[in-house]
Design a protein around this ligand. Structure first.
Ligand code: GCB
Length: 597
């Protein structure tokens, strides 16, 4: 299989079998599974649902906090007639790394927790018979993985993982596992670039397939009428009276790509296409040539029990809440989300800033602790970071752009969250990272990264490479908070005034205050719902006076799980919504404000 990045869509030539369900599960406490041949089949197993994180399913802390391998197994049948097709086994994602055996034969291996992978299984598969699929998933992180973290080993051999980031390091098979029954000759990849000229929409496409058979494409409008056609692997389609994809109105055409042999259909792939443009001009962010103001949140793919596992019910609930609160955008902090999320945003007109999993490029456990402490870290002084970490970082950027390049909803790539960009050698690191990323996106979307408070205006070595200055700021929470809140305004304004001199758009990608739902106090104290509102009102006052500001994404959409510790009360509580997706007072405040912007 040339590429696993194309979404596993069904069509008249493509069948998809979803292997989601209850699988066998076994924790490999002693790391002996491979030696004992668990790849051939598990015994003494328990059960887990796929997809889901396994961490919060059980009542045993040693399972939740297990560091190392966990094993999965399922069985499925391969129909006799599929022998004459290509059967692709595809994982949407498994966190952080996985190895896969089919009937005892190793068929795939993947590192990186958020991207699709798989293999054509015609050789290893038993057609007309039962097949045993075994997967080992491993959650270990270190200085070179994306994201980063640290494993601590104790005298008794037990290990614990300390992520360099502020969310729980959930692990498991997080997205659906699917069998794709593909034709012998089939379409590998499609790339689209859209534009318009007056009322004429333009769709450039390029198709890669396993053969040089004839290619015919049709562009259909939402009602199914053919509005443009072309032949060949590469062409530009023109659409009269184009209906653009817009924030809040996700109008989609469908590109039907057909592979033909002597006029007979061999393969068909239906790709949703939203026609729109994205551009940074001066200090403005433009969608379809019009100024766009981001209203919304940094999110997490996180929910009770399921952890990071993809849950369509939670996804739809979140989309409904985004509508209710008058938000128009989301950042996929701090890793790429499930493919279904982007497809939904395309349909609903939700604007997405798509983030790589490069979080924790900072030499400190849970880097939020560093904000405001001024403690010096030496992450970018380490040679290994400039070699292995950077290579892995590039690999994740490349994969993200390959997977998500066609989504109309994606308007910007966020290459990293809060690296220690005040360090000297962050400059060479990010110079290389940005120039690498610039060459990859056929749609040439703007690039950004989120800047941390310890690298304020004048100190950041990476912001020079970004098209948009994205700031995560906690004036009034980590610094100058509580009874001093009113004094936070001046410092915040001064810093923004500095950034404005860069002449680029400024986006608030994070601002927030931990709030335990149900704590009320007059006058307010930190952690009360009253304080969260006062905090937000102050931030908004500052935003409204900053001309270069192109948006506000509050941290966070909902409360989410982190490692346990003295600064987190069973997780980060900065949500506008609780973890079970009910509004705090702040949600009502944002809803009112955003109805007017
Ligand atoms: C940040 C991080 C985010 C944290 C947040 C916080 O700057 O980007 O991952 O959760 O601060 O609440 O401290």
């Amino acid at each position: 299989m040339e590429s696993q990045f194309l979404y596993p869509a069904e069509s008249s030539t493509r069948q998809v079998v979803d292997l989601s369900g209850i699988w066998k599960f076994k924790v490999d406490y002693e790391g002996k599974g491979r030696k004992e041949g668990w790849q051939n089949g598990l015994d003494n197993y328990s059960e887990v649902p796929v997809p889901s994180s396994y961490n919060d399913l059980f009542t045993d802390k040693d399972i939740r906090e297990h560091v190392g391998d966990v094993w999965y197994q399922t069985e499925f049948y391969l129909a006799e007639e599929w022998q004459h097709k290509n059967v692709n086994l595809r994982f949407g994602s498994a966190t952080h790394r996985a190895e896969v055996w089919l009937n005892g034969e190793k068929i795939a291996e993947h590192e990186g927790g958020y991207m699709p992978f798989g293999a054509i299984i015609n050789e290893a598969g038993n057609f007309g018979q039962k097949n045993t699929l075994v997967v080992v998933v491993n959650n270990e992180l270190d200085l070179t993985t994306i994201p980063t973290g640290q494993v601590k080993e104790y005298d008794n051999g037990k290990k614990r993982l300390f992520p360099y980031f502020d969310f729980y390091n959930y692990a498991g098979i997080h997205s659906a596992v699917k069998l794709q029954i593909l034709p012998k000759d089939y379409i590998y990849d499609i790339t689209t670039v859209t534009d318009y000229d007056g009322s004429t929409g333009l769709v450039e496409y390029e198709i890669e397939s396993s053969s040089d058979l004839e290619i015919k494409v049709e562009l259909k409008d939402a009602a199914g009428n053919i509005v443009a056609e072309a032949t060949g692997a590469k062409a530009k389609l023109e659409v009269e009276d184009v209906k653009l994809w817009q924030p809040g109105e996700g109008y989609l055409y469908q590109l039907e790509v057909n592979l033909l042999n002597d006029g007979d259909l061999v393969d068909n792939y239906p790709l949703p296409v939203g026609i729109r443009t994205v551009e940074v001009k001066g200090n403005r962010f433009l969608i379809n040539g019009e100024q766009f103001y981001f209203k919304g949140f940094g999110k997490h793919q996180d929910s009770e029990i399921n952890g990071r596992g993809f849950d369509p019910a939670v996804m739809i609930r979140d989309a409904e809440l985004l509508d209710w609160i008058n938000a128009n955008s989301v950042r996929t902090s701090h890793y790429p989300y499930d493919e279904e999320f982007y497809r939904m945003c395309d349909r609903r007109g939700v604007v997405v800033i798509d983030e790589t999993p490069a979080v924790g490029l900072f030499d400190m456990n849970m880097n939020f602790l560093a904000a405001g402490t001024g403690k010096k870290s030496d992450f970018f002084d380490k040679e290994i970071v400039h070699q292995e970490t950077k290579e892995n970082h590039k690999r994740e950027i490349e994969r993200l752009i390959k997977r998500d390049k066609n989504h109309a909803s994606v308007v910007m790539w966020c290459l990293a969250n809060e690296p220690d960009s005040a360090q000297e050698r962050a400059e060479e690191y990010f110079k290389d990272i940005f120039s690498f990323a610039r060459g990859l996106d056929p749609q040439e979307r703007p690039l950004t990264f989120t800047n941390i408070m310890t690298a304020p205006y004048g100190k950041c070595k990476a912001a020079q490479f970004a098209d948009v200055i994205s700031l995560n700021r906690y004036y009034g929470w980590y610094i100058i908070g509580g009874s001093e809140l009113e004094y936070a305004q001046k410092d915040f304004e001064e810093e923004l005034a500095g950034w404005e001199k860069e002449g680029k758009p400024i986006l608030m990608t994070e601002y927030g205050a931990d709030t335990k739902a149900g704590i009320h106090k007059l006058p307010s104290v930190q952690w009360s719902e009253e304080y969260q509102n006062e905090y937000l009102e102050l931030q908004h006052k500052v935003f409204d006076n900053c001309d270069s500001l192109v948006g506000e994404q509050m941290w966070n959409f909902a409360d989410f799980q982190t490692v346990e510790g003295i600064l987190r009360v069973n997780g980060n509580k900065k949500g506008a919504f609780t973890r079970d997706r009910q509004p705090k007072m702040a949600a009502h405040l944002l809803r009112k404000r955003w109805s007017k912007i």
